[in-house]
Design a protein around this ligand. Sequence first.
Ligand SMILES: NC(=O)C1=CN([C@@H]2O[C@H](COP(=O)(O)OP(=O)(O)OC[C@H]3O[C@@H](n4cnc5c(N)ncnc54)[C@H](O)[C@@H]3O)[C@@H](O)[C@H]2O)C=CC1
Ligand SMILES: O=C(O)C(=O)COP(=O)(O)O
Length: 530
Amino acid sequence: MPKPIVLIAEILSPATIDALGGDFEIRQTEGADRSQLLNDIVDADAILVRSATQVDAEAIAAAKKLQVIARAGVGLDNVDVPAATSAGVMVVNAPTSNITSAAELTMAHILGSARYFGAGNTSLKAGEWNRKKYTGVELYEKTLGIVGLGRIGGLVAERAKAFGMRLVGYDPYITQARAAQMGVEVVDLPGLLAVSDFVTVHMPKTPETTGMISTEEFKAAKPGARFINVARGGIIDEEALAEAVAAGEVGGAGIDVWSTEPPEHSALMELDAVNVTPHLGASTAEAQEKAGVAVAKSVRKALAGELVPDAVNVAGGAIHEDVRPGIPLAERLGRVVNSLADSSVTHFKVEVNGEIADKDVSVLKLSALKGLFRDVVSDQVSYVNAPLLAEERGIGVELVTDPYCESFRNVTRLTATTSEGQRISVSGTVTGPKLVQKLTEVNGFDLEIELTDNLLIFRYEDRPGIIGQLGQALGANEINIAGMQVSPSATDNDALSVLAVDSAVSEEVVKAVAGAVNASAFSGVSLNED
Ligand SMILES: NC(=O)C1=CN([C@@H]2O[C@H](COP(=O)(O)OP(=O)(O)OC[C@H]3O[C@@H](n4cnc5c(N)ncnc54)[C@H](O)[C@@H]3O)[C@@H](O)[C@H]2O)C=CC1
Ligand SMILES: O=C(O)C(=O)COP(=O)(O)O
């Protein structure tokens, strides 16, 4: 079998390739070269990028086999996540890999702008000795305004505190308590601008944050304040900043990221008080190694069909180890529901009962949905697009949890209603150190039988001799029975038999066997992986 193709579109740490291991064919492309990218992405199963590769709707549409887009870093503004989601493509990033490096570069820019590092360096190398011109300011007892108090904003706060700076912050999406933990006083943006000697931004680039610091904000800022952007180009308006620095309203700036990368004819390049770097926030050996290894691990998981904790377009974050064994079980139970349904499912309920109910079990809902669609939809069904498929089909999906479970440590129960009014329920559990999957209930009949690949289910009026008849009918069709459970109904005279058989049974044979025992309902369930 050919190995899955992993396309590396930018320069990544060699540790990335080591962490991918030998199970993939690794190809390189130049992500910034559009035509090369569109050509090379066609048969890739996974693509690894940094910030210079635009994985937009066009690139995703060109990628016929793509299962995962891995961003070896934080910002996802170069990846069209909604387009990936509708194409069933998982998007992962490495959200903590480079945050220390970005925070340290921010400190370098704060210090650099306080002490005219760039200009002093250029001037001395040009043969000048100009000590007076480059007299700066101390950080000690100055106020730092942090806009965006997320991961990097928090690390900057921690570091700036060590310099004796007073910290104020603006972030409408975090709690006062979290800010207080960081030692940051929360204010609104005008309040922050009014008191800050240095302003640093640490938000994602969104319609709301683009141009958030511009002419008006520079006018409202403390005279001579310095501005730092190690987040995303354009959050601080570059043209307005150049004008404000040239006019002496703003004392200086440190800019790592640019609205167009590389920047074209920016007036900021001409200004002594502005230090510039070519998007170096994550460019350290440590950050690159962490980012590369993290995404390599995610790619391995994604291509093995496992859930990926760092996936950004799948509900549910890190999956608790007690919940994990339930993931394949829920998918298989979903497939059983689909086999038992006579018409389209309109409502689907996932109940998780037992000890794992107090954990985040939303992944089991995704997994059950994946199973429900897997054998009926021609597109590849993934954890990413399964909820979308449910939405498109108007299927109401519910997740209910209850810590109480009578017979097992945990039971996952799926209930479905179909457009013809049929009600189906299927329950299962995972038992023992070998994590054996068991079917524990079908349509209200309690049982306990291993959830093997090929099952036959018959409901009939209970009477002596049925087991023999079933055995005979299957034997006549050369079908070997590996296990069997009979469950009498608690409410009527019916019984349900579930038989584990060695191989898939054709619909015709299932019908013939059902006829032999006069079954009122029957189904052949095949859960083979191919
Ligand atoms: N220069 C570089 O090489 C690097 C840049 N980055 C960039 O740094 C930025 C921050 O990254 P993280 O701290 O990891 O992100 P994060 O997601 O942990 O934090 C972002 C914070 O911004 C806040 N925010 C969102 N909208 C806001 C608004 N309108 N006003 C104020 N706050 C707002 C959010 O509530 C959140 O707390 C991102 O843009 C990321 O792409 C990250 C790594 C390296
Ligand atoms: O991780 C981020 O958001 C960054 O900006 C780093 O980008 P890079 O991987 O250095 O192209």
